[in-house]
Design a binder for this molecule. Structure first.
Ligand SMILES: [Cu+2]
Length: 71
């Protein structure tokens, strides 16, 4: 299991948080997602044999936000 933090640009309210959370939760192998609106981050726990960092950032940009890995 891998745990990463994404810096998310463009979130302004809880609606944005839900969109990002849902987009990440829908991805294969994603176990847990925690989005923090104030910090502008998403912490994602996922199975690295089923999911990639590139695919996760792509899923976020598909719903209209920019995701950059912090670690
Ligand atoms: Cu919003």
């Amino acid at each position: 299991m891998e745990k990463i933090t994404l810096s998310i640009t463009g979130m302004s309210c809880n609606h944005c948080v839900n969109k990002v959370e849902n987009a990440l939760n829908e991805q294969d192998g994603v176990e847990k997602v925690k989005v923090n609106l104030k910090k502008g981050t998403a912490v994602v726990k996922f199975d690295e044999s089923k999911q990639t960092l590139d695919q996760l950032t792509a899923a976020v940009s598909e719903v209209g936000y920019e995701a950059i890995p912090e670690n």
